[in-house]
Design a protein around this ligand. Structure first.
Ligand SMILES: NC(=O)c1ccc[n+]([C@@H]2O[C@H](COP(=O)([O-])OP(=O)(O)OC[C@H]3O[C@@H](n4cnc5c(N)ncnc54)[C@H](OP(=O)(O)O)[C@@H]3O)[C@@H](O)[C@H]2O)c1
Length: 250
């Protein structure tokens, strides 16, 4: 951070509740200039107002993860506007119905397209810009579902696994460049995305995800689990024999 200048944040998924909680906590720590990219202008305006109340300067712009042809120009505009970007948070995602093999095919393809290809496209372009700068951190909202998808959330889990693997692999290609990638794997978080679903064990809040993310930013972790107990639980689940895993009431 340059002393005296606001910190600069590009939030991709500008109306995300988790992304918003991260931005609001950053704004509470120090002067912040935030650029919110998202697909719904009215929700972006609401998110921008919440940040402005916390003293942040904000800009908004529209992007749809599925409109890949627009991504490069949109990311270029965001970087041009912010000047130097210290932090990019990638918080785009859709859950879709948790119907596994019985999922509606069009909806399943949309979940895969938005969560992996579309979000991956935005991530890739933003990360290249950070590498051009020679500095900066990119945070990507993955999920515990990326570690081992269950039958019912196979579509979402597979898409998140793809995004998570992309981020982890690209993180290694940035080693030594001054650019860092931090992968955040929350469990169930009470947000608009999970409204109406029964909370899973260890359900948490956007604020708790934001706290854990900002704490990890101050260290040198490459992956953070929220809550932290899920790291141990999922490393056990990952190695559980499949006939046992598929019978678990997850
Ligand atoms: N909530 C959970 O339990 C949980 C758990 C683990 C990981 N995550 C991940 O955390 C991230 C943030 O989720 P959240 O809980 O904060 O939910 P959220 O409030 O619903 O945020 C999702 C964001 O994705 C955006 N989005 C969806 N489809 C898009 C598209 N086609 N193009 C551009 N933006 C699009 C939404 O924009 P709109 O306002 O236009 O809909 C919204 O900004 C997601 O990646 C999610 O997968 C969430």
């Amino acid at each position: 951070m340059t002393t005296g200048s606001p910190r600069t944040l590009l939030l991709i998924g500008g109306s995300s509740e988790i992304g918003g909680a991260i931005a609001e906590k950053l704004a509470a720590q120090a002067p912040l200039r935030a650029y919110l990219l998202g697909r719904d202008r009215s929700r972006l305006v609401q998110a921008s107002k919440r940040l402005t109340k916390r003293g942040a300067q904000t800009d908004i712009d529209e992007v749809d993860a599925e409109d890949r042809a627009s991504h490069q120009a949109t990311i270029d505009r965001a970087f041009d506007s912010l000047g130097r970007v210290e932090l990019v948070v990638v918080a785009v995602g859709v859950l879709g119905a948790q119907d596994g093999l019985d999922a509606d095919t069009d909806e399943a393809l949309k979940v895969m397209d938005v969560n992996f290809v579309g979000t991956g496209s935005l991530l890739l372009r933003a990360l290249r810009k950070l590498r051009e700068q020679g500095a900066g951190t990119l945070i990507v909202l993955s999920s515990v579902a990326a570690e081992r998808p269950r039958a019912s959330n196979a579509i979402y889990g597979a898409a998140k696994a793809g995004l998570d693997a992309l981020a982890q692999g690209l993180a290694d290609s940035c080693a030594g460049s001054g650019v860092r990638v931090l992968v955040v794997r929350p469990g169930f978080v009470n947000t608009r995305m999970t409204a109406g679903l029964d909370p899973a064990p260890f359900a948490t809040t956007p604020e708790a995800v934001a706290d854990a993310t900002l704490k990890a930013l101050n260290g040198n972790a490459h992956t953070v689990w929220v809550p932290n107990q899920l790291r141990l639980i999922f490393s056990a689940l990952r190695h559980l024999p499949r006939p046992i895993f598929r019978r678990l009431p997850l």
